[in-house]
Design a protein around this ligand. Structure first.
Ligand code: IVH
Length: 690
């Protein structure tokens, strides 16, 4: 008995009842848009469940509705293979191309009457959600189709996604699949997107270019509480691998879509089973109505309805032969190309940017568009002053399609691409085989500015609270000439800036200090902005080298021995560390103590190893430290982090809301300790048994 005055069995059955009710109301609210109770009534149920779960930790369940708010914080995402590859789709860009698809299909599968399933092509992020015995177990992004990123903790917070389909299956008299992989798209509706951007703008946060970027960015947050705060929706459009207890009940795409809807998944209302003529009619209907749909779509996807025929038609290397994405023509408009500006990026590339008379395109004001490079401008024969056709490709990134020469004003100048850097005036170079002109001056102010902005950005050290605008001001005033200068800034320095307040300056310095002390090696490597070294490669490097000294000494062979690092990337890394200016930068990082080391035992050989021979495992959320930090601490002290609970485990460290590992540890008699106890152990103190 505990404070809630129930015995454990009563508590369990009450919790199960509450979860079923909350799941039902969630479905009514988020999927059907037909709530049966008020928000306040919902909160009462939710709070009762939270109280129960807090009082009876053994009731913990990762899929409890209380977990929709997020909590887990990841260091990064692990890659996992899809059981079945997630293919992409071939496109049809016109009626003719759609009909050509039909003809190809008729050759592959001769003499049949085709029925198709056609539904909107969502413009979001492709995702696979996996259920075992009816319970949500994991979620993977599409990735490269073969492997995706494990975003389970984040996706659990998506409100319209069922976490348990067993109750609805029973109601619909459907068997519960042993394995069900559901594929679909994570989107943010247009209305939610605008509200989100307004809120972000108000709070001084990142404003997203379009709903798709907002959805993708939200799914890839390391802190699942942030994902939980974003209005994500999952729309199901297909399946991956399935295992049924009694045989597959779904012979057609239509049957599986209806089955998924019965299980509680949201599907597009516009989806329909139609013949070829019906496909064309639905296309016209969708194109006509697209702007009125609540979410962005960029076409229609047409799939052969019979799944046995799908299997018979099979796949090309890239895409299924039995499906096609029939895209809408992009939104286009005419406007005036007022002038072409040249921007200098952090790698010195000079990028021409079209400055346009603002024009509305599919509800978005477009006033700039990248022109990519010199050749592109020449190929499109663009003159400053020209009337040009602009479009949003995939209705996302605006681009200049062509000029309208008939409307060229007299005296319009042909654009001459500058071969000097507009920022520092040094001679730009066009390296052989490249389309881009580059400023190669490593102390070019524009290059430095971008490199420093990148250094603090999300893709870099992610120094929160140090906005891009302030960094630009510091660089422009000459107060910061290198990323290392950031760490020498003082209160006095910052207070010299217009509109800087003491509170902001304090936050600014605190954020920089945090970064100095806590930046992990992979983040620092990524922040250096080495060409061709993105987040994934930075992780690989951080896993293989003890610190930046070790990395800078690595030979091309050492580097190429690592996964996914080819000769080009290796050469780029070598070139970076071969540059004396970069050496100096690293020496400064080291002297100020921004010097993360890989947290493995052998990197500090002399340190005492009180955990030697001991196996640790963590369950539940830790406070004040991430799981990875705790694990690194174990390794630093000579211990080993186990993959699962077994008799060999010495300590199970239990945080908040522990998972099933706790039950298992108790059954096996493994020693269970709290986070406080764990921290005592790391300080060399002793702790008593549970
Ligand atoms: S079916 C074998 N249906 O389009 C592939 N895909 O170009 C079957 N997409 O990344 C995919 N809406 O995420 C299908 N109604 C829909 C879709 C859809 C959007 C995306 C999908 C994929 C991309 C393929």
């Amino acid at each position: 008995m505990t404070g809630t005055g129930q015995d454990s069995a009563t508590a369990r059955s009450r919790a199960l009842m509450l979860r079923a009710q909350l799941e039902h109301h969630n479905y009514q609210y988020y999927v059907l848009d037909a709530p049966e109770i008020s928000d306040a009534e919902y909160d009462v149920l939710l709070r009762e469940l939270q109280t129960l779960e807090a009082a009876y930790p053994e009731l913990a369940d990762p899929n409890s509705p209380t977990k929709r708010v997020g909590g887990a914080v990841a260091q990064g995402f692990t890659s996992r293979r899809h059981r079945q590859r997630m293919f992409s789709l071939d496109n049809a860009l016109s009626l003719d191309e759609w009909r050509a698809f039909l003809e190809r299909l008729a050759r592959v599968l001769p003499e049949r009457d085709f029925t198709f399933w056609a539904d909107p092509k969502f413009d979001g992020l492709a995702l696979e959600v996996i259920y075992e015995d009816g319970r949500f177990v994991s979620a993977l992004t599409r990735g490269d189709g073969e492997t995706g990123e494990d975003v389970t903790d984040n996706i659990r917070t998506v409100r319209n996604l069922p976490l348990d389909i067993t109750a609805r299956a029973a109601k619909a008299r459907l068997p519960v699949p042993k394995l069900l992989e559901v594929r679909g798209e994570v989107v943010i509706t247009k209305a939610d997107f605008h509200a989100l951007n307004d809120a972000q703008d108000e709070a001084g946060g990142k404003v997203f270019a379009n709903p798709r970027n907002a959805a993708a960015g939200s799914v890839r947050q390391l802190d699942s509480r942030i994902t939980a705060s974003r209005p994500l929706k999952f729309f199901a459009y297909g399946i991956g691998q399935t295992e049924w207890p009694l045989g597959d009940p779904w012979p057609t795409q239509r049957a599986l879509m209806e089955g998924l809807a019965a299980f509680g998944f949201q599907t597009a209302k516009q989806g329909r089973a139609v013949d070829a003529a019906g496909v064309e009619a639905l296309y016209a209907e969708l194109e006509e109505g697209r702007d009125k749909l609540p979410f962005e779509i960029d076409g229609m996807v047409v799939k052969l309805d019979r799944l046995d025929w799908q299997r018979e038609a099979g796949f090309t290397a890239r895409a299924p032969r039995w499906a096609i994405a029939w895209k809408f023509a992009p939104h286009q408009a005419e406007t005036v190309l007022e002038r072409i500006d040249i921007q200098v990026g952090r790698t010195g590339v000079l990028t021409p940017v079209a400055i346009l008379t603002p024009v509305q395109l599919a509800g978005v004001t477009v006033s700039r568009a990248t022109l990519h490079n010199e050749d592109e401008i020449r190929a499109k024969n663009l003159h400053e002053g020209d009337t040009v056709v602009v479009q949003r490709a995939g209705d996302v990134i605006p681009e200049v399609v062509r000029s309208v020469p008939e409307k060229r004003p007299e005296g319009a100048r042909e654009f001459v691409f500058p071969h000097i850097c507009p920022s520092c005036g040094s001679k730009a170079e066009r390296l052989s085989g490249e389309a881009a002109w580059r400023c190669l001056n490593i102390s070019c102010p524009a290059v430095l500015r971008q490199a420093i902005v990148f250094f603090v950005s999300k893709a870099g050290l992610d120094i929160e609270g140090v906005g891009k605008r302030w960094i630009e001001i510091l660089v422009d005033k000459g107060m910061v000439k290198s990323p290392a200068d950031l760490f020498g800034l003082t209160m006095d320095d910052l207070m010299k800036l217009d509109r800087m307040g003491e509170k902001l300056a304090g936050n600014f310095l605190a954020a920089i200090e945090q970064a100095r002390l806590n930046t992990p090696l992979f983040k620092l490597i990524g922040a250096l902005g080495i060409r061709q070294v993105g987040a994934q490669t930075a992780r690989t490097l951080a896993g293989a080298f003890a610190d930046l000294d070790a990395l800078s000494e690595a030979t091309a062979e050492d580097l190429q021995a690592l996964p996914d690092i080819g000769p080009e990337v290796a050469a780029s890394i070598r070139a970076f560390f071969g540059n004396p200016a970069n050496h100096e930068l690293l020496a400064r990082f080291k002297s100020i103590g921004l010097w993360p080391r890989k947290a493995v035992a052998e990197t500090d050989g002399d340190a005492p190893k009180p955990f030697a021979g001991k196996r640790f495992l963590f369950t539940g959320a830790l406070s004040g430290m991430t799981r990875s930090q705790a694990e690194a601490e174990v390794e630093r002290l000579g211990g080993v982090v186990s993959g699962s609970v077994s008799k060999k485990l010495n300590f199970l460290v239990v945080g908040q809301d522990p998972g099933s590992k706790l039950d298992k540890a108790r059954t096996l008699g493994v020693r269970v300790i709290s986070q406080d106890d764990f921290e005592r152990l790391t300080r060399g103190e002793t702790v008593s048994s549970e």
